[in-house]
Design a protein around this ligand. Sequence first.
Ligand SMILES: Nc1ncnc2c1ncn2[C@@H]1O[C@H](COP(=O)(O)OP(=O)(O)OP(=O)(O)O)[C@@H](O)[C@H]1O
Ligand SMILES: [Mg+2]
Length: 221
Amino acid sequence: MPDREEVDAGSGASGCQAGVAVAPRVVRGAEDTPRPSALDRAQRWRALGLRGATVWCTGLPASGKSTLAARVEERLIAAGRPAYVLDGDSVRKGLCCDLGFERAERDENVRRVGETACLFADAGVISLVALVSPFRDQRRQVRDLHERAGLCFLEVWLNTPVQECAQRDPKGLYRLAHAGGLRGLTGVDDPYEPPVAPDLEIARCSPAQASDAVLALLGQP
Ligand SMILES: Nc1ncnc2c1ncn2[C@@H]1O[C@H](COP(=O)(O)OP(=O)(O)OP(=O)(O)O)[C@@H](O)[C@H]1O
Ligand SMILES: [Mg+2]
């Protein structure tokens, strides 16, 4: 990543793969990192007819985050809107495969996904994040990151009671934790801090009803 001086020093030079002389300008993205680009966000979104955003689904394990994110993604794509699920399970196999479940590593997991979502939103994509993200300050930091960058961030709380999550338990994690075979499971022996003012709270409704509510929040049909 170039530092400020490198970017500013190059701002008078031309740089375009198509061979057209374009003077790169400094565009501030996530975390105020200067980014050389011939486009600013408004131009990009206007030209592509897009508007990026992040929908951040938080909740206990098995509360329904991935189910909801996948449904919303499917409906947005069907409507011709670029959308992409950033799911806790898949990011831990790639982007965050070096991280464990200690507090600092959980924080880093959330931070990386937050930064990625920010870049996607800047590009015009709607990210559907499905991540337990158990701590308020983690989620606050990701919201701040988006707000500083002028990007829409919507926190959606899957408020499913822990007893129901433990009954669903499609991965067997609650059973394993209750049998003493897994330590540090959120909702069992690790805390979950519920959002104080989520943009949307999902409780006692079907995935279809929940996805309707998210699409309404996004202003989508
Ligand atoms: N609204 C709902 N009503 C009833 N069951 C649901 C609902 N949403 C999801 N489920 C079911 O609950 C289970 C857990 O859902 P899902 O995998 O989406 O949870 P999750 O929050 O992503 O969990 P994890 O944090 O472990 O990834 C699945 O079997 C899913 O089919
Ligand atoms: Mg999931």
